[in-house]
Structure formats: structure tokens, C-alpha cells
Design a protein around this ligand. Structure first.
Ligand code: ADP
Length: 482
């Protein structure tokens, strides 16, 4: 058992006023670590530290920002196997998925190291004779980050890196289920040469630490990824706070994957299995609605089932495992509840969906495939966030597109087809922030924007150079040079 891991406030590692136990979902007897829980007063201290550090950091040079972000990137990448193992152990995605996520976090910091050197303004002539106009971007201030458990290092990275890059200071509140990756990332950030207070870690609950960030007048912006229900509360709190806060929300998805008659069946099955079940289906970009046209429907279902039989579900750290456990008991209960709802609604549980026993006690669930589902069913409308997908039959492309867009979400969508005509039409007409052709709905690049429409997202896009929209505020300056 390792020592109690502390919070990082104003440049010091400090004890909290409670303990969060980090449990391995592949083996609930395995305690990954114990983490000090911050309370309201400590969160306020972290906010004060971030506020105090802001004036100097907001005026730091691009070189200073580059150096810090580059050091963070270098250490993350050098330690990706070790950190990937920690991530897989605490979250339950497989070891290769864990290592891949850590590498992604390193790449994100490298990208924003470069971005720090590229921030430029604009200068133009005024419509009034002799005057000059300049447009520049300035940091927003103290940014609070509230993150979920499903990407314990990549999501914090894609919020923290741009925040620091553009001169903001940070108070980071990770999800309670995954303090280990957050703590490891914070240790790396703590030794990157940033002045005390620029970055702060406060592990704790949404209702205490999260709420304090939302209510505090010295927090200027909140970047949130999590559920729709919490997102709504965050939006309300940000608008009611005085002064109002800038906010950005990434929430759920009910992402469609359309499979057309002319699809390459092998490609379609790989894309669907990856999108629906990898990372245990616990990705906001997972494909949970497989909308399949009549001519390929039966062949697709048969090939999908064969492919699913070959998936090995087990301990996330074991080699050869394709699908790790569900993250915890309450998520498992939710997955099982939806499997029952689907059956009660009249969909056919075609394959999987049962609990599995493995050598160690863990939350093992056989990936589930429903057929004979329709788009009005709750399993087709509500986000389950587990390895559960349903096949919806469509008569042709037009109907498939209509079903695809008939959802209150709009994060990612995909189509499998060999037709350029349908691929192009779908890219233009799919009401989603990210559209994939012959690719899984989950799995994105880090140098381009990430985000959705409708009920999935609110506010500016994350990632790539588009991240500057959220992490900077625009200033328009006029001058009369005389
Ligand atoms: P998930 O189901 O992905 O855990 P949540 O929306 O419940 O989604 O949680 C995402 C993040 O939001 C977590 O860090 C959680 O602690 C935080 N959170 C939950 N409720 C609140 C709240 N009322 N105020 C602020 N943060 C919250």
C-alpha cells in the first residue's frame, strides 16, 4: 500500500479532510491507491492561489509556456507504459488502450507547446481616418476543470494544456473514480517549472469541490465533460454566478453508425465492434445505434455475432483481453437495467449481455447486441455508456439518414459505404459535430476540433487551435497615433 496521495495547492502537496479509495474494477480486492479529499476551504485556497498566480502567468512569454508544456509532454511520453498501466488498473480499459490514451495526452501537451508560439493578433485600418485597430487574445483567468472518469488522462490533458498555453491558471477537479491518473499527471505538471499556483489539483466530490468552483466569483470559466444532467446544473450555476462564467460542456451521445447495402461487410463489422464495444463502450463517441439497411442486415448481424464471439472480456491488465470490465458497480447496474429495458420494450437480445465470472472479482459484462430495435425505444434514445448496442433496420439510405438524425444528441456519427455519393451526402447532412466514413465513431485526432451539436455539447469546441476560442477572450484596441 502506498502512502496517502495529496492535493496540490499553491505549489505544495497538502493533506485533505477525507480519503478517496481508488478501486481496480478488474479486481475489487485491489486498492490502487488512497487519495486525500479536498474540502470547500481547500478548494477556495486553490482558487485563491490560481488567482494570485494569474497576473504573472498571463504575462509569461511564449517561450516559458512552450518550455513547461514541452517538459510535461516529454515526461508523459517517456512514462507511457507505466502510466498506461495505472490508468488501465484504475479505469478498466485494456492495457493497450490505457497506454494509447497516455500517449495521446503527451501528444496533446506537445501540440499546445507549439500553439504557445503561434498565438498572433491582427492589426487593421480603422474605418475612421488615421486610427488603428488591433485585435488580440488574452487569457480568461482562473479556469475550473471538472472531468469524468472514462478518459482519466486525455480529457484533463485537452483542457489543462490549452488553458496553460494561453496564459490561464487552473484548478483541476478530476472524477472521484480515477484520482490515480489525475494525481500522476499533476505530479508531472508540478515539476514542469510552472510558478506556484498556476496549476492546482483538488480531488473531491462534485457536490463539494465542483460546487465550490461553480459558485466562486474568482473562477472565470468552467470546462466540463460529463453527463447531461450535471452539464445542465453547471450551465445554470455559471449563468447565475456573479460575474457570469464562461463555460463549455461536453456531454452525452447516442451515436449512430449507418451500414449501407453496398458496405464492405468486413470493414463495417470491424468499425461497429470497435465503435460499440472497445473501451467497454464507455466513450461518449461510442456507436450505440447500428442503423443497417435491409439488403445487408442479416449478413451484418451474423458477421457481427461471429466477431463478438471472438472478443475476450477480462482483466484489463491481461494480455489478449479485448474488452475490460465496466468501471464500477453503479455503471454495471445501469448497463444491466438498460439490457432489461430493451427486452421489456420488445427488442431482441441477440447476443451477450450476461455477467461473467473471471479469476478475480470485477465488473465483467459480455458485450450485448440487440436486434429488432426501433429508434423510439429507450435503448435507442438514452445514453447507456456501456458495451450495449442495438441494430435498427432501415429500408434505404434516406430512411437510415432520417433515423440517424432523429436523436436529441449530436456528437459523432458514421457511415459504412463504398458509395462516394452516399458518403458525401451523409457528411453534409448528418447532424453531428464529427462524422466518420468507414471509420468507428470513436477515435479522433488531437490537432482538430472535438465537439458536438444539439444536446451533446455547449459552447466552444475543444482541441486543436479551435481551443483558443474558449481559453482566450478577444480584445479590440483602438488608437489614434496622432
Ligand atoms: P459521469 O457519469 O461521467 O461520472 P458526471 O456528470 O456524474 O458524469 O460527473 C462528471 C464530473 O462532474 C465529475 O468530476 C463529477 O464529480 C462532477 N460533478 C457531478 N455533480 C456535480 C455538481 N453538482 N457540480 C459540479 N460538479 C459535479
Amino acid at each position: 500500500m502506498t502512502a496517502l496521495q495529496k492535493n496540490f495547492i499553491a505549489g505544495d502537496w497538502v493533506d485533505g479532510s477525507g480519503i478517496t479509495r481508488d478501486i481496480n474494477p478488474s479486481n475489487t480486492n485491489d486498492v490502487v491507491g488512497e487519495y486525500a479529499k479536498a474540502d470547500k476551504a481547500q478548494t477556495e485556497k486553490a482558487i485563491a492561489a490560481a488567482k494570485g498566480a494569474f497576473p504573472a502567468w498571463s504575462r509569461s512569454t511564449p517561450q516559458e509556456r512552450f518550455d513547461a508544456l514541452n517538459r510535461i509532454s516529454t515526461e508523459i511520453l517517456a512514462r507511457k507504459e507505466e502510466l498506461g498501466r495505472l490508468l488501465a488498473r484504475e479505469e478498466g480499459k485494456t492495457l493497450p488502450e490505457g497506454i494509447g490514451e497516455v500517449a495521446r495526452a503527451g501528444q496533446i501537451f506537445a501540440f499546445f507547446a507549439g500553439e504557445a508560439l503561434r498565438l498572433m493578433g491582427e492589426k487593421g485600418a480603422s474605418v475612421r481616418p488615421g486610427l488603428e485597430v488591433e485585435i488580440t487574445r488574452e487569457p480568461v483567468g482562473v479556469v475550473g476543470m471538472i472531468t469524468p472518469w472514462n478518459f482519466p488522462i486525455a480529457i484533463p490533458a485537452w483542457k489543462i494544456a490549452p488553458a496553460l498555453c494561453y496564459g490561464n491558471t487552473v484548478v483541476f477537479k478530476p472524477a472521484e473514480l480515477v484520482p490515480g491518473s489525475a494525481h500522476a499527471l499533476s505530479e508531472i505538471i508540478a515539476r514542469s517549472g510552472l510558478p506556484a499556483g498556476v496549476f492546482n489539483l483538488v480531488v473531491g466530490s462534485g457536490s463539494v469541490v465542483g460546487q465550490t468552483l461553480l459558485e466562486h466569483p474568482d473562477v472565470s470559466a468552467i470546462s466540463f465533460t460529463g453527463s447531461v444532467a450535471t452539464g445542465r446544473k453547471i450551465a445554470q450555476a455559471c449563468v447565475l454566478s456573479n460575474p457570469m462564467k464562461k463555460f463549455q460542456l461536453e456531454m452525452g451521445g447516442k451515436n449512430p453508425l449507418v451500414v449501407l447495402d453496398d458496405a464492405d461487410l468486413k470493414v463495417a463489422v470491424e468499425v461497429a465492434v470497435n465503435g460499440a464495444y472497445f473501451s467497454t463502450g464507455q466513450r461518449c463517441t461510442a456507436s450505440s445505434r447500428l442503423i443497417v439497411t435491409s439488403g445487408i442486415h442479416d449478413r451484418f448481424v451474423a458477421a457481427m455475432t461471429e466477431r463478438m464471439k471472438g472478443l475476450s472480456v477480462g482483466d484489463a491488465l491481461k494480455s489478449g483481453v479485448h474488452v475490460g470490465p465496466v468501471v464500477d458497480q453503479s455503471q454495471l447496474d445501469q448497463d444491466l437495467r438498460y439490457i432489461k429495458i430493451g427486452q421489456d420494450e420488445g427488442a431482441r437480445l441477440y447476443w451477450g449481455g450476461e455477467l461473467l465470472n473471471r479469476e478475480t472479482p470485477g465488473f465483467y459484462l459480455q458485450p450485448a447486441l440487440f436486434t429488432e430495435a426501433n429508434n423510439a425505444m429507450r435503448i435507442a434514445r438514452e445514453e447507456i455508456f456501456g458495451p450495449v448496442a442495438c441494430v435498427i433496420r432501415a429500408k434505404d439510405y434516406e430512411e437510415a439518414l432520417a433515423i440517424s438524425n432523429d436523436t436529441e444528441f449530436g456528437l459523432a456519427s458514421g457511415i459504412c459505404t463504398t458509395s462516394l455519393k452516399y458518403a458525401s451526402h451523409y457528411k453534409r447532412n448528418s447532424e453531428a459535430g464529427m462524422v466518420m466514413v468507414n471509420l468507428p465513431t470513436a477515435g479522433v485526432d488531437y490537432h482538430v476540433p472535438f465537439g458536438g451539436r444539439k444536446g451533446s455539447s455547449y459552447g466552444a469546441r475543444e482541441q486543436g487551435s479551435y481551443a483558443r476560442e474558449f481559453y482566450t477572450t478577444v480584445k479590440t484596441a483602438y488608437a489614434n497615433p496622432g
